[in-house]
Design a protein around this ligand. Sequence first.
Ligand SMILES: C[S@@+](CC[C@H](N)C(=O)[O-])C[C@H]1O[C@@H](n2cnc3c(N)ncnc32)[C@H](O)[C@@H]1O
Length: 415
Amino acid sequence: MVRAVAEQEQQLRAALADVMHAAGVESARELLSTRSRVVQDFPRFVRVNTLLISKEKAVAQFQHDGFTLCQRKEQESNGARWGGMQTRQLKRGEFIEDEHLSDLLVFGPGTDLHDHALVEKAAVILQDKASCFPAHALAASQGSQVIDACAAPGNKTSHVAASLSGSGKVFAFDLNPRRLKLMKARLKQARAVNVEARMADFLKVSTDDPAYARVEFILLDPSCSGSGMWGTQGLSEEADEGADESRLQGLAEFQLQALLHAFKFPAVRRISYSTCSIHDEENEHVVEAALKADPRWKLQRCLPQWHRRGNPKIEGAENCVRVDPEGDMMNGFFVACFERDAPILAPMPDQTTKGTHKVDRSKNAPDSKYQKRKAMGWVSEPTAIDTEDSSTSTAAVVIKAPAKKKRKKNRQGIT
Ligand SMILES: C[S@@+](CC[C@H](N)C(=O)[O-])C[C@H]1O[C@@H](n2cnc3c(N)ncnc32)[C@H](O)[C@@H]1O
């Protein structure tokens, strides 16, 4: 164990420096005191890495190790199925199967699993529930090709890889070499063999490159302010007033650019856009500006069983998902899911007839896993595939962060 830690020392130090930077603290001690104060009441979410173990086996292993599996009680709240109350009542050492995500287990607050053998083997991954939403919202079809545009350190990448059951391919890009290295190591450990990780600036990845002509799904989880991360900027309005407006605006501009770039990949039919920010500027405003720039894309109602939706003041935002740390006991998060009416189906090497673009409709048909998710209410009908070609508007849209005093966090719907 000690040797293993020593071997990873450099990576661990780098990861710690990242977390401290994001949290705006100077020392690990400061970080711990901030986090321990607020994180202690949160349940512990554990994603089963189905590339390595089935949920049934993981559950049996935890029970064998002395953890108690509680029966899930279902409750009705706000018209959505939401058993948050039961999650609140879980005690240390108790766990339930998550009510929304089929590959997630929820343990009582204070349960420490860091040293558990399943965690060490990456058979289960300690991953916040909200951070598991994008891969579920994306609902990539079995055998399909996916781009994870800003992928490192790769939690969502390995989740997408698992959702494909190791089939198809995930192109994972990141421009930070250190984070990329960490991601590669994690993907290897998670046995995500269907991932091709590359150091690349996603904005410079050519949408005409034949290598990506078959990509149908994009997961875009770009750099953001991290304002939803509990224990980083905190949740108080006072703390939020200190957020740097110009940084926020810069991030929003990058997020929009990345989204518009994702819109241009020829065969893409669904995109999941997410941030761990609570600011409208990085969330609904980006979505709004992107739809304005390219009206062929529409918002799909993602994760319809989830109760907390986007800012109602913004048109269409009820299709988006919000997570509020206080109300939902996990990090603040936002997810929007886009579908295109008419994918620009680029000629594919083995499908091209001169002058026409042929589509293999059977490939685009929803697979059984998709149908299952749809039956569970997690996704809605995929958009019909059309063969029409058209170009994508790249009109520059500038997002303006409102004046500091006016900007408020989106706390609508908090109970
Ligand atoms: C929020 S993190 C991604 C977290 C990741 N999705 C996960 O779940 O583990 C954003 C990542 O985007 C990367 N990034 C920022 N700008 C990028 C760009 N232009 N192209 C590719 N990656 C970028 C950063 O290096 C960072 O690793």
